[in-house]
Design a protein around this ligand. Structure first.
Ligand SMILES: [Zn+2]
Length: 237
């Protein structure tokens, strides 16, 4: 066999082998899990080697975030779409349906202990938790049902309104908890929807504001002092 033929054969065998590996990676849960774990290890390794002590120094022993963000656990909703460098700045609480109600302790920690001046309640389009509340969830596991029980869509007729109503109702809980801080302007509670599907018309991935301190008409939001001068804010219309 010539050197050239050997080389072609070797390439062919390698290609077949590679296809097998790629196929098997998507084949079983354990292979998919291992593949993703490998990605996490690789990405973290790259992260560690591209940083030095100076990058961590401001955060070694304390944090001073500015935002307590209550977000859905949905994998499509991620902090980098809200902040170019969320490290040390966003204190995030994540659960199904972006609830204050089911995670009061964590929200209290952000607002009362870390004293973030902004509490953001962030819903998102195509939210499985909100859709479950709309269609009924009696057949789900008790642990999941218990967490969906605290979502209030206030008899919304469509998904868009259900998302807004859920954010509004979570904000109502926060308003009762933190009334003094809000009245003294030490805390602002802002509601919004991360629009994966572009149903609000500002573009896929847009953050659309739907509430400020319990005010939820477009006029009230745009005229609120917090939004003054923020021309690029996308306000529900
Ligand atoms: Zn969700």
């Amino acid at each position: 066999m010539t050197w050239k033929k050997s080389c072609i054969l070797l390439c062919f065998i390698t290609l077949i082998g590679l296809q097998g590996v790629l196929y098997s990676k998507e084949n079983t849960p354990s292979e998919r899990a291992k593949d993703k774990l490998q990605t996490i290890i690789f990405v973290n390794d790259e992260f560690v080697s591209s940083r030095n002590l100076a990058d961590f120094k401001p955060f070694l022993e304390s944090q001073s975030p500015v935002v307590t963000a209550v977000m859905c656990s949905d994998s499509r909703v991620q902090p980098p779409s809200l902040h170019d460098n969320p490290k040390g700045r966003l204190f995030t609480i994540r659960n199904i349906g972006n609830q204050v109600a089911s995670n009061e302790g964590s929200v209290d920690y952000g607002v009362l202990m870390l004293k973030t001046p902004l509490l953001l309640i962030l819903g998102h389009t195509d939210c499985g938790a909100v859709k479950a509340v709309m269609k009924g969830y009696a057949d789900l596991k008790p642990s999941i049902k218990a967490e969906l029980d605290t979502i209030n869509i206030d008899h919304a007729k469509d998904e868009k309104q259900a998302l807004i109503n859920n954010v509004n109702s979570q904000i109502e809980i926060a308003l009762k908890k933190y009334r003094d801080l809000i009245d003294s302007k030490d805390l602002f509670v802002v509601g919004g929807i991360y629009d994966i599907q572009n149903i609000f018309g500002y573009g896929n991935g847009a953050l659309v504001f739907t509430n400020i301190n319990g005010l939820h008409s477009p006029d009230q939001i745009s005229k609120h002092s917090l939004f003054e001068g923020l021309e690029k804010a996308k306000i529900i219309r």
